[in-house]
Design a protein around this ligand. Structure first.
Ligand SMILES: Nc1ncnc2c1ncn2[C@@H]1O[C@H](COP(=O)(O)OP(=O)(O)OP(=O)(O)O)[C@@H](O)[C@H]1O
Length: 271
């Protein structure tokens, strides 16, 4: 088997939650292969199951049926090889930015490297996201965008095989968001990371992704369609805004979301 073309392999995955009101079928027959170094976005209406799928890849939940593999090994639980960046940065408030990153570095490399090496790793990760000057600050002393960058630095510092991001920029204002998207583009170009990102933002999905995985509405949500984004890299947001191909991809995603999968509340109104 070609390992790199099925670096993450999701096969016939079903996810059923047991709730107080009975069982809830969240995901149905999800099949997805992610190539090594590929950037994938998961997009779909609120509640369709994007986070559920991401959490399954993260190993935070177990699928009810089907198989999930990363680098040919079954995903049996959370592991540093699959680092997660959440919308809410989840930094420890009593630690400095440096210490927050160092903690992750120590967990992954502590057994095999000395303190000098571990510190160098934490510093390099913070430098990668442009936060060298904020190393000694605590989370309450920095902006929301900077906190997200620490979260990304922490994830990257573990040298994960896969970076999983759940609406990493969802809580930020539009300009900070654009700035961090541009930074992420540069970081991914440098690190060749394999990324799976959940987003609600169509422009973000087109700008960043190699493929946009569009999910149908739940319950029993599945992959409705996939857009292959064949835009050359490096990508420039200003130039792309006029690019007919960019507009075509953007329209394809909008068409899927607002015509083919109109939000359930809108469908009800129309009926
Ligand atoms: N632990 C759980 N127990 C029961 N139901 C759950 C659980 N986690 C998620 N669900 C349900 O599964 C469905 C998918 O949820 P999920 O959070 O994955 O959606 P989403 O697409 O990420 O939504 P959003 O875009 O609003 O974050 C929802 O109906 C949700 O209520």
């Amino acid at each position: 088997m070609d390992n790199d073309s099925k670096f993450i392999d999701v096969q016939h995955v079903e996810m059923v939650f047991n709730t107080r009101k009975g069982s809830f079928h969240a995901l149905r027959d999800i099949n997805l292969s992610v190539k090594k170094g590929e950037f994938i976005s998961l997009i779909g209406h609120s509640g369709c199951g994007k986070s559920t799928l991401l959490n399954l890849i993260a190993g935070l939940n177990r699928a009810t049926e089907g198989a999930l593999l990363c680098a040919n090994r079954e995903i049996a639980g959370p592991a540093p090889e699959r680092a997660v960046v959440f919308q809410n940065h989840s930094l420890l408030p009593w630690l400095t930015c440096f210490e927050n990153v160092y903690l992750a570095v120590e967990r992954v490399f502590g057994a095999s490297e000395n303190k000098t090496q571990l510190k160098a790793r934490a510093r390099a990760a913070l430098a990668l996201v442009g936060l060298t000057a904020a190393e000694q600050k605590r989370p309450n002393e920095i902006s929301g965008g900077m906190k997200q960058r620490v979260g990304i630095a922490r994830a990257l510092s573990m040298e994960p095989k896969v970076l999983l991001m759940d609406e990493p920029f969802g809580a930020l204002d539009a300009l900070t968001r654009a700035h961090l998207q541009d930074e992420l583009l540069k970081i991914v170009a440098k690190t060749h990371s394999t990324v799976v990102m959940v987003t609600h933002d169509v422009d973000e999905a087109v700008l960043l992704s190699d493929r946009i995985v569009m999910m149908t509405n739940g319950p029993a949500a599945t992959i409705g369609d996939i857009v292959n984004v064949r835009l050359a890299r490096p990508r420039d947001r200003v130039a792309l805004a006029q690019d007919p191909l960019y507009i075509e991809y953007r329209t394809a995603v909008l068409e899927f979301l607002y015509h083919r999968q109109a939000h359930p509340a809108v469908q009800k109104e129309a009926a």
